[in-house]
Design a binder for this molecule. Structure first.
Ligand SMILES: NC(=O)C1=CN([C@@H]2O[C@H](COP(=O)(O)OP(=O)(O)OC[C@H]3O[C@@H](n4cnc5c(N)ncnc54)[C@H](O)[C@@H]3O)[C@@H](O)[C@H]2O)C=CC1
Ligand SMILES: O=C(O)C(=O)COP(=O)(O)O
Length: 528
């Protein structure tokens, strides 16, 4: 089957070459489409690749029925409705590293242009003036650069500012004293950065917590004559407040690559002589564009090939080291979840997953997401996947607990899922046998040894002579062939369990027939 990739923003031709060369991938370049035309092109699309222009709204996502992956050839994903994508189980990937250098270099270019009024001076020259007075600048040497957001780009800007012999003070909630020391920057609070800096540059994502963070209050805390650079996202600076601060003389100048609404032609800030601006060019270099397009293309190919990605945005990424350890268990967790889903009655309230043995040492969250996928699919259908299983669980109100223990009860690894519903609870344990694959080894208190494959019948009955025979006779009469059979009991003459593997899916009426047999309490048909 062909995997269709729609590209709705201009991507580097060299960068998408891997997609062009990949087998079974078809590319549809839809860069000149309006929203209605794009929706049409998305009808049979498996993937959508964008930069910052295309607004990937909930509506667009809802109207793309086959969409499985959205690739952002760049960093910021504020143009993508991540909640809508997650709810649909669509994985969003980005290219976080490919444009770091270009964005940092652009920031430095803006910093220097701002300090020396280069764009304004050139404009005046073009207007036929030789004006050497108006455009007197300021030096960077020994000035303080305040950096808000010391992630990938912020850190690169810090390195370059040190090269200009600037002092750097930075605030980032994740900045440790050790990293600050390594980078040679002073660590400060936001207020300290605002108060000490001669130049302030922003490098945070646009989030609810950063929207308008540079507002009138923040300007009031800054030095008189401060200069501001924003090559991150429009919306982080309150544009009206910036306008006022410039007009009032508080802010000496601003260099903006981004504004809250783009394209921003005709914006009132552009009328101010203290403002210089570029049309969102931070990542626009040949090198960055090739790099980010290659990164998302490779992730789309990986997704189309094995369903995994390297740079997920709407679920935690898994390091290669972790993946090597947990990958073999995915087949077990999904089957454990599916197995348990057939046994429980009533609405799920709580799911406790216990990881024992070698798994107690690692991050098991990806396994739990996968187990929840198995558990929810029976009732929610196969749109449940590892991306949305946590979201769907939260929405339903299922509380999930992960526990770890070194007590393995003789297994090298053991995963036990307990599902608590309003009507009771069920517990299923499974292990991965080296070379033999997954096994269910316990159902409630009954030790069993079941390969979770094909068609299973799980029969709760009373441990009485004849019960097994009656089940066998009944199935024979219905022409259902038994391939394997397991029997477990808690005590002699007490409650017992039979797990049969049969050759074909058992029909509901056949299940009902079995339930009418003497000493048979409950029968569940499980199909893998
Ligand atoms: N103008 C352009 O063309 C480009 C813009 N960008 C934008 O630059 C920004 C930074 O990108 P990266 O450095 O790659 O991201 P990053 O994720 O490496 O760094 C962002 C940093 O901001 C910090 N942060 C979050 N909230 C904060 C807050 N309230 N105060 C201070 N720090 C906070 C985070 O802890 C993180 O360290 C993003 O908004 C991205 O979209 C990125 C590339 C090109
Ligand atoms: O990567 C980012 O966050 C950017 O802002 C770059 O945007 P662009 O891909 O150039 O539209």
């Amino acid at each position: 089957m062909t995997f269709k990739v729609v590209i709705s923003d201009p991507l580097s031709e060299e960068g998408i070459q891997p997609l062009r060369e990949a087998e079974n991938i078809e590319i549809d370049i839809a860069t000149d489409c309006d929203e209605t035309q794009l929706i049409e092109r998305l009808q049979d699309a498996d993937a959508l690749l964008v930069r910052s222009q295309t607004q990937v709204t909930r509506e667009l996502i809802d109207k793309a029925p086959q969409l499985k992956v959205i690739g952002r050839a760049g960093v910021g994903v504020d143009n993508i409705d991540l909640d809508a994508a997650t709810e649909r189980g669509i994985i969003v990937v980005n290219a976080p590293d490919g444009n770091t250098n270009s964005a940092a270099e652009h920031t430095v270019a803006m910093l220097m242009s701002l300090a020396r009024n280069i764009p304004q001076a050139f404009q005046s020259l073009q207007a036929g003036k030789w004006d050497r007075k108006t455009y007197i600048g300021v030096e960077l040497k020994h000035k303080t650069l305040g950096i808000i957001g010391l992630g990938r780009i912020g850190a690169e800007v810090a390195h370059r500012a040190k090269g200009q012999r600037m002092n750097v003070i930075a605030y980032d909630p994740f900045l440790t004293a050790e990293t600050a020391q390594k980078l040679g920057v002073e660590q400060g609070t936001v207020d300290e950065v605002l108060a000490k800096a001669d130049f302030i540059t922003i490098h945070t994502p646009l989030l609810d917590s950063t929207r308008n963070m540079i507002n009138a209050d923040a300007f009031a805390k800054m030095k008189d004559g401060v200069r501001i650079i924003n090559c991150a996202r429009g919306g982080i600076i309150d544009e009206d407040a910036l306008y006022d601060a410039i007009v009032e003389g508080k802010v000496a100048g601003a260099a903006l690559d981004v504004l809250s609404v783009e394209p921003f032609v005709g914006h009132k800030l552009l009328d101010l002589p203290q403002v210089i601006a570029t049309p969102h060019l931070g990542a626009s270099t040949v090198e960055a564009q090739e790099s980010v397009a290659i990164d998302v293309s490779m992730d789309v190919i990986k997704f189309a090939t094995d369903g995994t990605v390297r740079n997920p945005v709407n679920m935690p990424s898994i390091s290669k080291r972790l993946l090597d350890k947990i990958e073999p268990f995915f087949v077990l967790t999904e089957k454990l979840g599916a197995f348990a889903s057939h046994l429980v009655d009533g609405a799920y309230q709580q799911v406790n997953v216990t990881y024992a043995g070698e798994l107690a040492e690692v991050d098991v969250r990806p396994l739990t997401r996968n187990l929840m996928k198995g558990l929810l699919t029976l009732n929610l259908g196969n749109h449940v996947n590892d991306v949305n299983s946590r979201y769907l669980s939260n929405r339903i109100g299922i509380k999930i607990d992960e526990l770890k223990t070194t007590a393995t009860k003789g297994f090298t690894n053991l995963i036990t899922v307990e599902v608590v519903t309003e009507k009771g609870s069920v517990k299923v344990a499974g292990t991965l046998l080296n070379g033999l694959g997954p096994r269910i080894v316990k159902v409630d208190d009954y030790p069993v040894d079941v390969v979770p494959e094909g068609h299973l019948l799980l029969i709760n009955h009373k441990d009485q002579p004849g019960a097994i025979g009656r089940v066998g006779m009944h199935l024979a009469a219905e022409n259902v062939n038994i391939a394997t059979m397991q029997v477990g009991r808690s005590e002699q003459g007490g409650k017992a369990i039979m797990i049969l593997t049969v050759d074909y899916e058992v029909k509901p009426e056949e299940v009902e027939g079995l339930e009418k047999l003497d000493n048979v309490f409950e029968v569940k048909a499980i199909n893998f």
